[in-house]
Ligand binder design. Structure first.
Ligand SMILES: [Zn+2]
Length: 253
């Protein structure tokens, strides 16, 4: 059996053990470089095999995360609504979007939200070379760090696909890779505020990390409106359960 090389900064042994345990459990002949990304993109396996990557934190909190911004069309609406709700969140931004709209990124920082990386371009790591992945991540790290005037701590690859070069580069940059525990499937044409909440609730639990999108740059045009309208219900759900909704930085990692 090939061994996965794990270079992520925290809990590498636990991660490797989980992968090996899973591979034994289902009788896979090999869990290695080739199968790693495919496994990481399957929701059921991500839940059972990789709690480390799911962003599971303190049982008294829920982490709120947004991908694909900053977007001047929609991100300011999220800043406004989150401010109204008294909630801070983590925004996994694209370097390409930050370069194009640096003022939108600075607005997020000024509003007190946490900035994390989603890569420079929204491209799946699965079939990309190590060199291409490294260039993408290093470029986004440099761009976002400079504009935000702070070094990001967390990284989430596009489509949640993690490969060995993804982990190696994250380690070099001192980034922790975080996927999600539940999502609102808010990128879809048919997404509504109630469908977003229904999908979120399907895997909602104390300590989970929620994935939503503050931009439709890779989603159905205007889909962010359903996300935005669902935020009060999400805040209410957390309040009813005594859970503190906030950024990954406050999630008890
Ligand atoms: Zn994305």
């Amino acid at each position: 059996m090939k061994r996965i090389i794990v270079n992520d900064p925290a809990k590498p042994a636990a991660l490797l053990n989980s992968v090996l345990k899973y591979s034994a459990g289902i009788g896979l002949a090999e869990v290695g470089y080739r199968s790693f990304p495919a496994l990481s993109s399957l929701p059921q396996l991500r839940r059972t095999v990789w709690p480390y990557f799911l962003g599971t934190g303190s049982s008294s909190s829920v982490a709120l995360t947004f991908d694909d911004g900053p977007d001047p069309k929609s991100t300011p609406l999220f800043i406004e609504e989150l401010d109204r709700l008294g909630v801070k969140a983590t925004f996994f931004v694209l370097g390409e979007m930050a370069e194009r709209y640096p003022y939108s990124l600075r607005e997020l920082v000024s509003a007190g939200h946490e900035i994390a990386l989603h890569g420079n371009w929204h491209r799946n790591h699965l079939f990309r070379s190590a060199r291409s992945i490294r260039y993408d991540m290093e470029r986004s790290y440099a761009t976002v760090s400079e504009i935000a005037a702070a070094a990001p701590i967390f990284f989430r690859p596009p489509y949640g696909v993690i490969t060995r070069p993804t982990l190696a580069t994250a380690s070099q940059l001192g980034l922790r890779s975080v996927l999600w525990g539940t999502w609102g499937r808010d990128w879809r044409k048919l997404a509504t505020p109630s469908s977003v909440m229904k999908d979120l609730k399907s895997n909602f639990a104390p300590g989970c990390t929620v994935l939503l999108h503050d931009s439709d740059c890779t989603s159905y045009p205007g889909s962010y409106r359903a996300t935005l309208a669902a935020l009060p219900d999400l805040a209410e759900l957390c309040a009813q359960n005594g859970l503190k909704l906030g950024p990954l930085a406050n999630h008890g990692f």
